[in-house]
Design a protein around this ligand. Structure first.
Ligand code: ZN
Length: 71
């Protein structure tokens, strides 16, 4: 039972900020500037093998990898 509480707390501590970041752009200074996670705009472009977009924070051109992450 204690293990379950620890697991749930762990998930909340790690995932809630990520969801807040993706939905509202909170903690941008940490996730975007330090971790390098760019956030795409709605403007998407497919070049035949990968999806391109532009980061809504820094305006850099970014690409989506096969796992759905933007870099
Ligand atoms: Zn960016």
């Amino acid at each position: 039972m204690t293990g379950l509480i620890v697991l749930v707390s762990f998930i909340l501590i790690f995932f809630v900020p990520i969801i807040l970041y993706e939905k509202f752009g909170l903690f941008k200074g940490f996730y975007h500037d330090i971790m390098g996670w760019h956030e795409p705009t709605d403007e998407r472009m497919f070049d035949g093998c990968s999806l391109h977009s532009r980061c809504k924070y820094c305006g850099r051109e970014i690409m989506q990898d096969s796992h759905g992450n933007w870099f």
